[in-house]
Design a protein around this ligand. Sequence first.
Ligand code: COA
Ligand code: AMP
Length: 633
Amino acid sequence: MASAWRDTYEAWQRDPQGFWAEAAREIDWIEPPRRIFDPDAGVYGHWFPDAVCNTCYNAVDRHVRTGRGAQPAVIYDSPVTGAKRVYTFAQLLEETATLAAVLQDLGVGKGDRVILYMPMVPEALFGMLACARIGAVHSVVFGGFAPKELAARMDDAAPKLILTASCGIEPGRVIAYKPLLDQAMDLARMKPAAALVMQRPQALAAMTQGRDHDWAQCVDAAKAAGRRAPCVPLAATDPLYILYTSGTTGVPKGVVRDNGGHMVALKWSMKHFYDINPGEVFWAASDLGWAVGHSYIAYAPLLHGCACLVFEGKPVGTPDPGTFWRVIEEHNVAALFTAPTAFRAIKKEDPAGEYLKKYKLKSLRTLFLAGERADSDTVQWAERMLGVPVIDHWWQTETGWCIAGNPAGLGVLPVKYGSATVPMPGYHLRILDEAGRELPAGTMGSIAIKLPMPPGSLPTLWGNDARMASSYLTEFPGYYATADAGYIDGEGYIFVMGRTDDIINVAGHRLSTGGMEEVLSGHPDVAECAVVGAADALKGEVPLGFIVLKSGVARAHAEIEKEIVALVREKIGPVAAFKTAVTVARLPKTRSGKILRGTMKKIADKTEWAMPATVDDPAIFTEISAALKARGL
Ligand code: COA
Ligand code: AMP
């Protein structure tokens, strides 16, 4: 089948508002949009400025009303606990509406913020939808973040309530969440007055009198009383959620998602990009704490009338590298979406695909990869093993859905390995040089998106229009700066090569090296430091810290380095995967004093590097190489 991508993209280019007006017909509005885009509202404009809607209604209630009540909506599969449960749309409605009533009892109303700090259990999804139902703004914090990070998010979002569980389960260890929550509460200035705590048998939490409420008891009581909260009418431009992501400093950016544009974009993507039909099972093997989890574990499949999968496990070790194949077979998964790192992990443990032979993956039509650059080796291995199209697509927390990819729904285009293929409607991509001039095909530069951003993309950062403008919109006036570098070839294919800022990508998780440097420099013996993302065969990149000690520090370097590793785990969390700090005598700098992190990274990666013309003292690079070599790196 010839791909309809070009015709579709050109139709959008000819009439962007007409295109999104048509896509908006797929949503059940309380008041449909009369205006499609208001360029004068907000930082760069607002989509569907006069429409009224409710996201939970579209994700849940409307499917019950249109006869999908008995169809699976949420499949929970937890190899770490052995639990498996299926909730139909009717049951999902009951769980969500009841929990929403409990939230109201705890004083949560429209516009209030609710933080979720939860493992991968269906209750986390119910919590998100319950907030959406009553117009509360949820903010999910990934369980691998430390109390300090949780506290930073509390301070920015000023939540009324936190939804949490007594523990999360990582392979081989149970992580008690309650002590982490208590520490965060001690650290935060804007702490929530109440916590709703889901007790899990693997580690019961001691409840704090007057603050903590037992999740099951509250929900059971509300169910017994037959209480259900109705969907609250919201402006399409009202915030649905805030999702914090790494910024260039330790202070995370609160990416805001609205209700209307978000629904329109995600619904469009399910059919036209992912080639999924209502009633099918869509599995995003990510975590609800990430943007992929928000959009493609939770909202998009449900908006489209699909079953979503909440998987509490890992691609390997829970219990083996055949877990993904078991889940696909057992639950008839039509499309799997994960990060390349998950496939690298499986490939490493089962290169010949022995575990694959035990399962029949008849239901699987497509594999989608995103979150980091997909290396051709892994893509081709997955193609060989699964025998289905493997689609790399590029997106960011900020956009909430894919900027560029190979659209399975419109018909796949010829694959070019290493390329995320072509832009989706809504995204007008340009490659710019430092002065904002457009670069010719094949030339590497900054990837920028011509404003306005499409529906679904962030309208702003939480409570901080100025940071939204300074972070994304001032570098190239009229454009959103993606902070990714790359090029577009003569056929319009985009190649996304890496970040232009201090963000690194560790196992598909986005982390700020600047944030880590703030932690390292907080150690009393450290005078100076630099963190770079070193290439890693499994995780893509891992952070590597260099420290210069204060003069007169006579303690063993190994001891200090161990403390540094523990400090990053304590302040940022295990998700940072910071395992190596190396003591050096000096850091290489330019004559104006800027640390030459790029060259240090190349040395660590053992790739070719050239002596920067501006370096103050070239001998320092030899010292860096020697220090790494001495550590076997
Ligand atoms: N709560 C608490 N700790 C967590 C956690 C959570 N929700 N998630 C991860 N961690 C911990 C891990 O246990 C690990 O701790 P350790 O240093 O004691 O081993 C650390 O954080 C780093 O985690 P991770 O980077 O995930 O590494 P891993 O070795 O546990 O697993 C992969 C590696 C590749 C299997 C895993 O990263 C993965 O499945 N990635 C798939 C895709 C994905 O989730 N992408 C996200 C965006 S699409
Ligand atoms: P996150 O906000 O966590 O989704 O991370 C977004 C960043 O991950 C992007 O800015 C890219 O640097 C990187 N990224 C995501 N998907 C891809 C991809 N398909 N190819 C290359 N880089 C990607």
